[in-house]
Design a protein around this ligand. Sequence first.
Ligand code: ADP
Ligand code: MG
Length: 251
Amino acid sequence: MIEIRDLYFSYPENKDRFILNGIDLIIEEGKSVSIMGANGSGKTTLARCLNGLFRPTRGQVLVDGLNTANETENFEVRKLVGMVFQNPDNQIVSTTVEREVAFGLENLGIDPAEMHERVKNVLNDFNLSEYMFHSPHYLSGGEKQLLAVAAVLVMRPKYLILDEPTSLLDPFSRDRILEMTLRNGKFVRQVTPILITQFPEETLHTERLIVLNQGRVFLDGSPEEVFEHRESLATIGVGVPIEWELKEWLT
Ligand SMILES: Nc1ncnc2c1ncn2[C@@H]1O[C@H](COP(=O)(O)OP(=O)(O)O)[C@@H](O)[C@H]1O
Ligand SMILES: [Mg+2]
């Protein structure tokens, strides 16, 4: 469980401007969540507070009881909460696909035999085995993002934050990423996905949708419940799936 208690955050360059303005949330284990909100609403800042990259200015973030503000606990939090970014080019560091997936495991001190096994399996699951010895540079955008997801999942985090992972991808690749992170039973049983997205349809693959506006929780419920508030969502720059747009016309 991730507990966010009265979380306020301001960047050091602008201490008086709170980007997160008193967020209280509990993210339960095993229940997939998506987060929407207009540009600048604080989604990425929140994500970085959840994995301990940023410490709260006020309030607390507890991941399985570990406080991100505490130095030693923070280190553990980063292992529990994996993160995938919008642009895989900013995430991929290695010279081959195989090394990229092994990299995090080496840092965790996993023994070579287990590492080999885990790398082989995850590349197989992600259909990347044939590129094992290739440079990530030659992969398509979609394959690079799959590799970035594989490289995080192989470390077996408990929570997986995906920060607009599909926004640079074509529809086919978008669907592959959603398949591997939200629908594929093998991984969904293993991690709790937290998907930040600008595509309303994508949230329908998760059990809960949290909408942020100016660093506050604006709506929180099942995606179906949240999208009933089509008009108020429009005022904060958040759209609804096409079905909800059409409802207006059909009723
Ligand atoms: N490193 C930073 N320093 C100062 N302000 C920042 C920094 N990063 C983001 N911000 C500001 O914080 C606000 C929220 O940004 P962000 O969390 O990236 O929102 P979102 O991901 O929802 O688009 C924006 O107004 C942005 O200008
Ligand atoms: Mg962002």
